[in-house]
Design a protein around this ligand. Structure first.
Ligand code: ADP
Ligand code: MG
Length: 261
């Protein structure tokens, strides 16, 4: 699906969390949302998911205002993986991932539905955990279950809020590859908040950098993730190094806020 966000603004009381943010995302593309803590990433994702009302601006999904789409229909279009998730400990991994199919299931769960769940588990390499209870998993395994649930849902728009936060280095790359592959295969649009700028540089088609709710950079990852921009927004000196395997951001040192301290 195509997502177009235009001049989106959000106030929480006196706090302006998003200020006139615009971007567009084409089917099959991955847009990475980067920015320091509190820069508005989760707010943006939650408004696109219609969990919160916006203050002004527009969010269009294939040309339709998301807030006017029937919630049952929207549940088929949008797959959301939250930054902090709640779950019932009485579900098995298989049941949890099957829940992702709920918006599509009419009366009975067909063999095809069960196969889709199995495919999603296999894609994330957690098939062996299918019979385990969700509270018996490590934080990283549980995070993969929630990603598998969203993949099983086969949404046209995938919203992921720091999905790699509790994963080790191998699983971070694995999850990003699964998401990128899924986006290309299913022509889904992916909006993903990430802290690791190298993941954004490697896997995203475009990057939106937020700073205090405002757009600090938007465009091709290599044009947005420059040492100058990173220093201005994150307050850290860095270097972009070119290796045989592509470009990498090397964080060097935090910029001193006050001289002499
Ligand atoms: P990020 O995900 O980039 O860390 P958030 O979108 O969570 O940022 O937060 C952006 C700003 O909005 C922060 O200043 C935060 O304190 C504020 N904020 C977030 N959620 C709420 C809320 N429910 N009520 C009031 N302020 C909020
Ligand atoms: Mg957040």
């Amino acid at each position: 699906m195509e997502l177009v966000v235009d001049k989106l603004t959000k106030n929480y009381g006196d706090t302006r969390a998003l200020d006139c943010v615009s971007f567009s995302l084409c089917p099959g593309n991955v847009l990475a949302l980067v920015g320091p803590n509190g820069s508005g990433k989760s707010t943006l994702i939650k408004i696109v998911a219609t969990f919160f009302p916006k203050t002004s601006g527009s969010v269009l999904l294939d040309g339709n205002d998301v807030f006017s789409i029937d919630p049952a229909e929207l549940a088929r279009y949008i797959g959301y993986v939250p930054q902090f998730f709640s779950y019932t400990k009485y579900s098995t991994v298989f049941e949890m991932v099957l829940l992702g199919r709920r918006p599509h299931i009419k009366w009975t769960v067909t063999k095809e539905e069960l196969e889709r769940v199995q495919d999603a588990l296999d894609a994330l390499d957690i098939g062996h955990l299918a019979g385990k209870y969700v509270d018996e998993l490590s934080g990283g395994e549980r995070q993969k279950v929630f990603i598998a649930r969203a993949i099983a849902q086969e949404p046209g728009l995938f919203l992921l809020d720091e999905p790699t936060a509790s994963l080790d280095i191998r699983h971070q790359s694995e999850v990003m590859e699964v998401i990128q592959h899924f986006a290309q295969k299913k022509r889904s649009a992916v909006l993903i908040a990430v802290h690791d700028l190298n993941l954004a540089l490697r896997y995203a088609d475009s990057v939106l950098m937020l700073h205090e709710g405002r757009t600090a950079g938007y465009g091709h990852p290599e044009n947005v993730l420059t040492p100058e921009q990173i220093e201005r927004v994150f307050g850290i000196e860095s270097e972009v190094v070119t290796t045989r395997n592509g470009k990498f951001i090397l964080p060097l040192r935090a910029k001193k806020k006050t001289a002499g301290i």
